[in-house]
Design a protein around this ligand. Structure first.
Ligand code: PRP
Ligand code: MN
Ligand code: MG
Length: 183
């Protein structure tokens, strides 16, 4: 049925693997920011799930903010154009910012955001990306915290979508390349 079609998609990372890696990144952030405060900036919508879990894996003082940008249409290809849909709510000048992303692909999204945020003069600016697809990179940008490096496969679940679907799938799954376009 349409509601459980994702069960046929192969699992790339299980819930447990994701949880263990997220806990490790959390411990790293705790060590790096000991005694400091951080602002976790989630990039909607994909990063929502990772931000929720990463935030609960750290113990340093933290606040949340969210931006929304979009570069993908309904299909699996990037349009190359990044649009800011929702700006930060709070000033970030003088703050330690960690931009939280589900996946770093071409780098267009993060490059756009880094340039935008740097204009607001944060104290520090780092990036945490659960997934990294280095083979797809078009911009020179790397994440400071990376969950897993992956080959060039389209993935869904744990916040990541295909045509807005599958974000609530608990593990990260491989999208079959022949999956039909949805309307
Ligand atoms: C996806 C993903 C990243 C971005 C990575 O977001 O969540 O934010 O693309 O791709 P890039 O490195 O090539 O820019 P998308 O634009 O699909 O929006 P969404 O988070 O709402 O799904
Ligand atoms: Mn996104
Ligand atoms: Mg998307």
């Amino acid at each position: 049925s349409p509601s459980n079609i994702h069960k046929d998609f192969p699992i790339l990372f299980s819930e447990q693997q994701i949880a263990e890696r997220t806990a490790e990144i959390g411990r790293q952030i705790d060590a790096d920011y000991a005694g400091k405060s951080v602002v976790l900036v989630g990039v909607l919508k994909g990063a929502a799930i990772f931000l929720a879990d990463l935030a609960r894996s750290i113990t340093v003082d933290c606040t949340f903010d969210f931006v929304a940008v979009s570069s993908y249409g309904k299909g699996q290809k990037t349009s190359g154009a990044v649009k800011l849909i929702k700006d930060l709510d709070l000033p970030i000048e003088g703050k330690n910012i960690i931009v939280v992303e589900d996946i770093l692909d071409t780098g267009l999204t993060l490059c756009f955001l880094r340039n935008l945020f740097e204009q607001h003069r944060p104290r520090s600016l780092r990036v945490a990306a659960l997934l990294d697809k280095p083979s797809r990179r078009l911009e020179k940008i790397e994440a400071d915290y990376v969950g897993f490096k992956i080959p060039n496969h389209f993935v869904v679940g744990y916040g990541m979508d295909y045509a807005e679907r599958f974000r609530n799938v608990r593990d990260i799954r491989l999208m079959p390349p022949d999956y039909p376009e949805m309307h």
